[in-house]
Design a protein around this ligand. Structure first.
Ligand code: NAD
Length: 394
């Protein structure tokens, strides 16, 4: 079949097998040739949420920058005869193929990381293949979580708190800037969002690994968060997602107490805004990101997802790194996004931006390109007219 992007709202229901592979290879090439994370920093790395966005970039930097053996967990869809796989499924295959070509251990387990069954499978795999884990990266982003103890299916919401929020946004496909009125969350929606995107599951993972004695001495764990600019706070940091992220901070403190026994370190790392499957779904964020990308590109401080994670590993996660921590003990690598010179310019443009001037003030085109690249489209060197078998990559 000829695979074309089929966009429905903020997701693309197709993924290009060769495009996804080329996208992964580009990131591996970046880390192998220009990356700064140094080899031998970590022996064995577990990445929860390894198939896309920041988790995939972390796996690439761990594997190809630090020479680590990586075990990844993700929840992806395999292809059928006439339907492409999800992008992450192809990404995992591409990662494994490159790792295998270099004699680097890489195994991916596909299934629900929130379930006890997946935890058991991961523990068994570590025992059989790896021994102990030096770094656990927690990079899950999901709209739902079935709680392993109660079997309740929790759904997250992306909503403000308190009152109706009237705020500027953009329709990514049409490029229309308008105001939307977002209904506030109920208490139940807040609690559900915390269950899905908060820190409880991260704690379950670390507790299970510790109980099975599968964490190496001085092991580290890092979970990713976003704080961002005041412009997005009403929908993010001060909304349902922010409550979940505050719970991640709580969990990090409790995990740290448990890791003290092995000299370990638990951190939440604050990352910059990028286009990912998860972030494209958040209202307001695409407009903010379009302005941000334009300003950062103009000022020469824009980083891609892989560049950002390479910097995180090289400057913050390596042993003896001089960590840039905030008052809550979080790692801050969102310093370039939040630089005064960047934020002042984004804030100046925010009230001015309209459908007509968005192409000058913002980089919606770059946002759209990044979005398509997540699904393997628009990658240099890929023949998009060629007939491809969605199952040809196995
Ligand atoms: P993403 O959508 O690109 O990736 C999410 C990953 O989670 C995928 O590998 C997916 O397969 C996996 N996953 C989802 N549900 C799963 C399940 N039930 N079982 C197993 N795997 C599952 O997301 P992302 O944007 O890279 O986000 C990762 C983390 O980074 C999140 O905590 C997010 O809040 C944080 N973050 C994102 C941004 C951003 O701008 N995208 C910025 C800062 C921090």
């Amino acid at each position: 079949m000829i695979v074309k992007p089929r966009i429905r709202g903020f997701i693309c229901t197709t993924a290009h097998p060769h495009g996804c592979a080329a996208h992964v290879n580009q990131q591996i090439d970046y880390v192998s040739t220009s990356g700064t994370a140094t080899a031998a920093a970590f022996g064995n790395v577990l990445v929860l949420g390894c198939s896309g966005g920041y988790g995939l970039a972390s796996r690439i930097v761990a594997g190809f920058g630090c020479g680590a053996k990586t075990l990844g967990v993700s929840f992806e869809k395999a292809p059928t005869e006439n339907k492409t796989a999800s992008a992450g499924w192809y990404n995992n295959k591409a990662f494994e193929a490159r790792a295998s070509a270099q004699g680097l251990y890489a195994k991916t387990l596909d299934g629900d990381a929130f379930s006890d069954a997946m935890r058991a499978q991961v523990l068994d795999t570590i025992k059989a293949d790896l021994g102990k884990i030096d770094l656990v990266v927690y990079s899950l982003a999901s709209p739902v979580r079935r709680h392993p103890q109660t079997e309740v299916l929790h759904r997250s919401s992306i909503k403000p708190l308190g009152e109706v929020l009237d705020i500027k946004t953009v329709h990514v496909e049409k490029g229309e800037v308008s105001n939307v009125a977002l209904e506030p969350a109920t208490d139940e929606e807040v609690a559900d969002t915390v269950k899905v995107m908060g820190g409880e599951d991260w704690q379950y993972w670390i507790e299970a690994l510790l109980a099975a004695d599968l964490l190496a001495a001085n092991a580290k764990t890092v979970a990713y968060t976003y704080i961002g600019s005041e412009l997005t706070w009403p929908i993010y940091w001060e909304g349902t997602l922010g409550k979940a992220k505050a719970d991640l901070d709580r969990a990090s403190g409790e995990i740290q107490q448990k890791l003290d026994s092995i000299g370990g370190d638990s951190r939440v790392a604050v990352l910059k805004a990028i286009v990912s499957q998860a972030s494209a779904a958040i209202p307001v964020v695409p407009l903010y990101a379009a302005l941000l990308f334009q300003v950062m590109k103009e000022q020469g401080s824009h980083e891609t997802c892989i560049e950002h994670i390479d910097r995180l590993f090289a400057s913050q996660l390596q042993p003896a790194a001089n960590m840039r921590l905030d008052e809550a003990g979080r790692i801050r690598v969102d310093d370039l996004e939040l630089a005064e010179v960047v934020q002042a310019e984004v804030k100046r443009r925010w009230p001015l931006v309209s459908t007509e001037n968005l192409p000058q003030l913002g980089d919606l085109a770059g946002f759209r390109e990044d979005f398509l690249m997540i699904f393997g489209f628009g990658i240099e060197g890929v023949d998009y007219q060629a007939d491809v078998d969605p199952q040809s990559i196995n």
